[in-house]
Design a protein around this ligand. Structure first.
Ligand code: F7E
Length: 325
């Protein structure tokens, strides 16, 4: 019999990658989508027609309960969130509600339906929880010091997962994923902003673009690699928490320079880049680098796509996208 998986946040970058690999593995895949975004659901269905979409919202407990009851999943992947860190500063309460309490609603719904002993649950935890880092590189044992309402909300959800796991013996695994990017990345995130603007410059559509603080560094991997780790976490004998990262960190400046080179432009950022003060966050995460040796040992997971390959893949994709516009 087919396994059934339910993905919240299915229309986002990770939902697209994850639904692809679950369909390939023979799963029946259900996705929860918010009713107020019909156009997002429509474009998602064009890419993944085999995913069954059900209306529901992480902000609304009865709809979450209804969606789980209807889809009867063996596995739930909670990817739904307000995921843009910048927005979380201007909408902190909404972020706490969706990104934090949303996961509590999923867990409570599973308990109310009395399926807590049979459903396996994945929570999308985040390296943003490390914030002002206590040690480098960060592992599953590094304590958290979030620097944004988003990081605080993810930390709440993470510990809620741990607490439900211990209190009710539920199968809940937290994947502490570092930044992961690719062809489905939203345009508000810095990597996509860089590659889409550089593609436009290369095609002669514009001359310059702007960014905020380019000296921050991130451990950037490929989203397609990272969703495989999510699935692996739910195939283990017991639930646990795992850091998923590449172990290498690069600054936004380095990403931009590499993207210029990949597009065949002069890798001199001053020639193309302006400074946008509005992108500066009230508190920033300066540098992140993850140690995923536990995931390698227990899950047999390793990233396949290198930083250089990731940059090239995103630039090539945006050259295609922008030439078709
Ligand atoms: O920013 C700096 C910005 O928005 C990266 C999410 O997936 O990963 C992501 O969060 C860095 C920050 O991602 C611009 O200040 C400079 O330091 O691409 P980002 P993020 O905040 O790291 C974690 C793991 C998640 O969980 C999140 O959901 O780049 N930066 N200039 C800029 N960032 C943006 N967006 N735009 C700029 O113009």
């Amino acid at each position: 019999m087919h396994k059934r998986a339910l993905i919240t946040g299915v229309t986002g970058q990770d939902g697209l990658h994850l639904s692809h690999i679950l369909l390939e593995k023979g799963y029946e895949v259900f996705g929860m989508v918010a009713g107020q975004r019909p156009s997002t659901a429509q474009s998602f269905s064009q890419l993944r027609p085999d995913v069954k979409l059900i209306q529901g919202d992480l902000a609304d407990f009865s709809s979450v309960l209804q969606v789980i009851d209807q889809s009867q999943p063996n596995e739930i992947y909670n990817l739904g969130a307000i995921s843009f860190v910048g927005l979380s500063f201007t909408q902190p309460e909404l972020t706490a509600n969706i990104t934090g309490l949303g996961f509590l609603r999923v867990l409570e719904a599973v308990r109310k339906l009395h399926v807590e002993k049979s459903v396996r649950i994945y929570q999308a935890s985040s390296s943003e929880m490390f914030g002002r880092v206590r040690e480098t590189p960060q592992t599953e044992l590094t304590s958290f010091h979030p620097r944004s309402p988003y990081g605080v909300a993810k930390t709440f959800a993470h510990y809620t997962g741990v607490q439900f796991r211990e209190a009710y013996e539920m199968f809940i695994s937290n994947g502490i994923l570092f930044n992961h990017e690719g062809e489905y990345r939203g345009y508000e995130f810095v990597t996509r902003k860089i590659t889409s603007n550089i593609a436009k410059i290369k095609l002669g559509k514009q001359e310059r673009f702007s960014l905020g603080n380019i000296e921050v560094s991130r451990d950037w991997g490929y989203a397609g690699d990272y969703v495989e780790a999510m699935w692996l976490m739910l195939q283990q004998e017991s639930p646990d928490d795992f850091v998923i990262a590449t172990g290498k960190s690069h600054t936004v400046r380095e990403f931009t320079t590499a993207a210029l080179a990949a597009a065949g432009l002069e890798p001199n950022i001053e020639r193309y880049l302006d400074y946008d003060v509005s992108m500066i966050r009230p508190s920033e995460v300066d540098s992140l680098i993850g140690d995923s040796s536990k995931a390698k040992k227990v899950l047999g997971w390793e990233p396949k796509v290198s930083f250089e390959e990731l940059v090239a893949l995103m630039v090539e994709n945006d050259l295609r996208v922008e030439s078709a516009r």
